[in-house]
Design a protein around this ligand. Sequence first.
Ligand code: NAD
Ligand code: IPM
Ligand code: MN
Length: 379
Amino acid sequence: MRATITLLPGDGIGPEITTEAETLLNELAEQHGHDFELHRRPIGGAAIDALGVPLPSNTLAACHQSDAVLLGAVGGPKWDDPEARIRPEQGLLQLRQELGLYANLRPVKPHPALFDASPLRSERLENVDLVVVRELTGGLYFGRKVEFRDMAEDVCRYERGEIERVVRRAAALARTRRGRLTLVDKANVLATSRLWRSVTRELVRREFPDIELEIILVDAAAMHLLSRPADFDVIVTENLFGDILTDEAAMLAGSMGLLPSASLGDKAPGLYEPIHGSAPDLAGCDRANPFAMFLSVAMMLEQSLGLIDEARQVEAAVHACIDAGQTTPDLGGSLGTRAAGAAVRQRLAESHQSASTEAAVRQPDPAPHTSALATARAS
Ligand code: NAD
Ligand code: IPM
Ligand code: MN
């Protein structure tokens, strides 16, 4: 297939993990005969330095013209001056809004070989398999802001339609999984949460009567995520709560460097990115874990390009490396970013090679009258 993919490396470890993903995509395309056009564009701090804005119009135009967008990370101490009016993170927020990416899917499924990497006891991690669907284009992030020296204000606003579309998506996802949806809110305090609660109850009753709906307050949810993580199937929540809870959930998997995400709207392109940030402490050290980026590539292959076999192969290659202890230091391994990337690509190449050999062995005799198809037709 032909696909145009915009790569947004960004800042910190972003360029390092994006380079690994780019090499992986090129090798995958070669193995499967796909034509992936990969274009790199600046975003975040790198774009501020080069062009003075965190989301240059050429970057946004390239994203609009793509089948999918893959992002590393943005931000870092260089652009953290509290007085600064232009920040790298604004580029990412604007991109999410311009592309209409209201649903951010963040799956969490700890790998058994990594149970020891999590601060939680192993028995708590067994059977954990959840997806947080985070609302991504509303709430405090996008409400009116006032900023003075002695006073500041962030308005949290949600409208019915914004809640309905993301809850509908989460409920539909739950239907394909274990049929459980958990709404996380703060309805004992926040008016927006009370709206979330009534809209969600109505929508589930009307459109998803087969789905089991649980509703919990966000402070309790932070606890339940640690005390009974295996009970959750799909969690749906507003923008800020989803941001915070998913960094917490990353520790179920063992590292920030493992969690991928897909940000989706009603039309292409989708945006795929690890949930972690630019990890300034690791930038330029060849120590960042590229697996969250690879798993984001797998989500992109499946959800935006429909390449399900390829997606499963990328996931399997990452899991095989984890099983073999071929990991970066955050997971107890000794590989650098580049070596971990090469290890995954090596596994992909080997599985492709053995699949091709198997297919060749299974090839029927080229003589038409002896082929399996001909025999079946004749009988
Ligand atoms: P962070 O996610 O960058 O780092 C938190 C911790 O996780 C650090 O100890 C870091 O070393 C570790 N970590 C993160 N990614 C890792 C990886 N791939 N491999 C191994 N360890 C990894 O969060 P932070 O330090 O709070 O933020 C740093 C900057 O990143 C800030 O400017 C923030 O705004 C930005 N940020 C960007 C995104 C994004 O672009 N999507 C997401 C989160 C934070
Ligand atoms: C994330 C990040 C972003 C967010 C920042 C960088 C704007 O933390 O993608 O989780 O808060 O959404
Ligand atoms: Mn975050």
